[in-house]
Design a protein around this ligand. Structure first.
Ligand code: C5P
Length: 309
């Protein structure tokens, strides 16, 4: 029996500046992260067996598709790894816990720069902390999350943030509600391949507090600030993304994270709806890019999991 159902929202990077590369290969960055209302859902069920089991259901596969499950090996499955870490912590602290079956219903495309896997991992940590009554603080959960992936602390923080370091430094970045036209090109891009690309500009100057305030004001006015420094590498890997951005003009599009998703940003629902229908009309005339999926989404003020746990 399912005992808890929680959402795991996608994120967008409104800008993403690389400010250096660390000796371990990870990059320091400054990026504005926002949560959007495109969500995976996770169901938790307690089981008799003393184990962690994860099933991933592809909610994007059409109803007629025969194989709706996604197979991810446990050692690469962030939900499995998160649950296993918490199980180990419970054991170390002498807390008795039951086994768990986690069903992940995937709506967020994989390898799309939307943080779906990281968000599933963060929601697993927050939900199991509650279900198993582990009493871990938000900071402790963030530390565990960071050991599994750089974007995970942001999702545990649970609201729009300026993210620094490799992802572990979160600063409040209060934004007005925003709307987005989100475009998924139907292919994924490998994050490590983008971050290790030889042509990446890795040394943008670190923005001070004045520059950050300017960034916030511009974003609140519905304008793109700065750039996504991963775009040039991603566009070399997938030139069709750059072509699509040209094609969509005068609509301004930017890539999220290391791609493949691209989005436009708007201050109001009406502006986003108009941009969306104009884009659909334009796409109708272009047979070769029909497979691009588009939708209108909005930013969340806070993580929707806080309405549940
Ligand atoms: O931490 P995560 O597994 O999400 O990162 C995937 C890859 O992205 C890393 O192996 C690394 O190549 C790159 N990365 C980076 N700097 C960051 C975040 C990710 O170089 N701040």
């Amino acid at each position: 029996m399912c005992i808890l159902k929680v959402p795991a929202p996608a994120k967008l990077n409104l800008f993403l500046h690389l400010t250096g590369r660390r000796p371990d290969g990870y990059h320091n960055l400054q990026s504005a992260f926002v949560l959007i209302n495109l969500c995976d859902e996770l169901e938790f069920e307690l089981i008799e067996e003393d184990e962690v089991r994860v099933e991933i259901v592809d909610e994007r596969a059409g109803e007629n598709s025969s194989n709706q499950t996604i197979a991810i090996p446990n050692d690469q499955n962030l939900v499995f790894l998160a649950a296993t870490k918490l199980k180990e912590i419970a054991k170390l602290r002498g807390i008795e816990i039951s086994g768990v079956l986690i069903r992940v219903y995937k709506k967020i495309p994989l390898g799309a720069g939307l943080g779906g896997g990281s968000s599933d991992c963060a929601s697993t940590l927050m939900a199991l902390n509650k279900i198993w009554d582990l009493g871990l603080s938000c900071e402790e959960l963030m530390q565990i999350g960071l050991s599994l992936g750089a974007d995970i602390p942001f999702f545990i923080g649970g609201k729009s943030a300026l993210v620094e370091g490799i992802g572990e430094i979160l600063k409040p970045f209060d934004l007005n509600p925003l709307r987005f036209v989100l475009i998924n090109p139907g292919f994924s891009i490998s994050t490590p391949q983008v971050f290790t690309h030889p042509n990446l500009n890795r040394n943008f100057r670190v923005m001070d507090s004045d520059a950050l305030e300017k960034a916030r004001a511009e974003i609140n006015a519905g304008l793109f600030y700065g750039s996504n420094y991963l775009e040039s590498a991603a566009f070399e890997i997938r030139p069709e993304l750059a072509k699509f951005i040209e094609f969509a003009k005068p609509l301004q599009l930017r890539m999220s994270g290391s791609g493949s998703s691209i989005f436009s940003m708007h201050k109001s629902f009406d502006d986003a709806e108009t941009a969306y229908s104009d884009l659909l009309a334009k796409l109708k005339e272009q047979k070769d890019i029909r497979s691009y999926e588009c939708g209108v989404y909005k930013s969340y003020e806070k993580h929707p999991i806080f309405d549940v746990i």
